[in-house]
Design a protein around this ligand. Structure first.
Ligand code: AMP
Length: 292
């Protein structure tokens, strides 16, 4: 008989107010315990949980925020429809042994009279920033608020949202925030599809097509590495491959400097290949490093 899977017994608390969160954080600080924050919008999957595991390796305490942040959604985006599965999220966090699930209401995060925003320059002007105006202001503002509430030592972010990671790194650098940003690798399904809460929107046919994106991205990276002067030509031809694979459109397939996010025309040092392709209304994001 196989032994039952061991379940961590550490209790996870749900906190819903800034006051409660600050009180918990103050008690931990009093005992000299370090704190990791993992900001999420919930509907937790193994990608999110890999961030929580990383936080647990680095700090004595982990706080996972679960908040579908309205200010980072555009007027025609999926804020209303975004999956909300609080009970399941809580169970997953209990199993993995997170200390706190911070699940505030919109009114708690943005009380009447709230009227400030954080604008990070440079790395927000292109790609997602150009396609989703205001998105990174919403992200930077909510993350800065969470840092202010939880005063974490470290905060874990996925490379899945590569531009977002660079925006947060710049936010922390520019505003001297005393928190270390930990980049975490992309968790994928068996066929290579990057895990995402929005994958739920895909029907069976779309899900089969979605699995091809990562393979095309890997092939693009390999071609660029072997022909570093032919970046533009390779990107044009691989965009065609994405469409031929069944995607409805490609928002971008681009090679960028890994730090400034400026387009790279000739591969001379390590860079990042980013793609966003659409299946119906669903945008699938993926990226990978490209080296020489
Ligand atoms: P979200 O709930 O989509 O806002 O994501 C919360 C955090 O989880 C962000 O830092 C994401 O980059 C990260 N994340 C989402 N999907 C993945 C994934 N497949 N692998 C690693 N991190 C991820």
């Amino acid at each position: 008989m196989t032994a039952p899977k061991k379940r961590e017994t550490k209790k996870t608390e749900i906190l819903r107010t800034v006051r409660e969160l600050r009180a918990r954080v103050a008690a931990w600080r009093e005992r000299g315990e370090t704190i990791a924050l993992i900001p999420t919008m919930g509907d937790l999957h193994d990608g999110h949980l890999s961030l929580v595991r990383r936080g647990k390796e680095l700090c004595a305490r982990t706080i996972v925020s679960v908040f579908v942040n309205p200010t980072q959604f555009g007027p025609n985006e999926d804020f209303e429809k975004y999956p909300r599965r609080e009970a399941e999220d809580f169970e997953k966090l209990e199993t993995i042994g997170a200390d706190v699930m911070f699940a505030p209401s919109v009114a708690e995060m943005y009380p009447a009279g709230f009227d400030s925003k954080i604008i990070v320059g440079g790395v927000t002007s292109m790609l997602e920033g150009a396609i989703r105006p205001g998105h990174f202001e919403g992200v930077a503002t909510v993350v800065a608020k969470l840092f202010g509430m939880a005063s974490p030592d470290v905060a874990c972010f996925g490379e899945k949202d590569y531009q977002q990671l660079k925006v947060i790194e710049k936010l922390v650098r520019d505003l001297d925030m005393p928190v270390r940003i930990i980049p975490c690798p992309i968790a994928r399904d068996e066929d290579g599809l990057a895990l995402s809460s929005r994958n739920r929107y895909l029907d069976e046919r779309q899900r089969a097509i979605a699995g091809r994106l990562n393979r095309i991205l890997a092939e693009t990276a390999r071609r660029i590495e072997s022909e570093p002067n032919q970046v533009e030509r390779i990107l044009v031809s691989e965009k065609e491959s994405i469409l031929s694979a069944g995607f409805d459109s490609v928002d971008y397939l681009t090679l960028i400097d890994a730090e400034t996010l400026a387009p790279v025309e000739k591969l001379q040092k390590s860079a990042r290949l980013l793609v966003v392709a659409r299946l119906g209304p669903t945008r699938l994001l993926d990226n990978m490093p490209v080296g020489l």
